[in-house]
Write a protein that binds this ligand. Structure first.
Ligand code: ZN
Length: 136
């Protein structure tokens, strides 16, 4: 992935997270030549969405987890808008982002229509729903 595409991807996470009221601790791009060693093109660090915020209720906690899922999908969505990258959940640029959503399930994210366990078809359909429809 090119540096500009990585920057757009990471900015997508930060801008959408900010709009949803989520914090960002750091955003970074991996310098060329270090991508293989670092095993990433860039990253955003933020407070843990389940435990890094004060939640007045379980409903608020769920809202934060859902917002974090949307912010996870925003990297790929930004790539789609600027570089016409496919929004499919098989996109390897967003593999870690989708794994984070599965992690949020372990923290208690409830996915409508799903009972028990983590990941599976309902999770991928949920992730698909978080990805925006192209506005062309
Ligand atoms: Zn990402």
């Amino acid at each position: 992935m090119k540096l500009e595409q990585t920057a757009i991807h990471e900015a997508g996470h930060v801008v959408v997270g900010y709009a949803l009221g989520l914090a960002c601790n750091e955003v970074a791009l991996t310098p060329h030549g270090q991508v293989e060693e670092m095993d990433e093109y860039g990253h955003v660090t933020h407070p843990n969405s389940a435990y890094g915020y004060e939640h007045g209720s379980l409903h608020e906690r769920q809202r934060t987890l859902r917002d974090a899922c949307i912010a996870c999908c925003a990297g790929l969505a930004a790539e789609h808008v600027f570089f016409k990258v496919s929004l499919g959940t098989d996109n390897e640029n967003s593999e870690c982002d989708f794994q984070n959503i599965i992690e949020y399930e372990r923290y208690g994210l409830r996915i409508r229509g799903k009972r028990g366990g983590f990941s599976g078809d309902a999770t991928w359909r949920y992730i698909d729903r978080q990805l925006p429809i192209p506005c062309t």
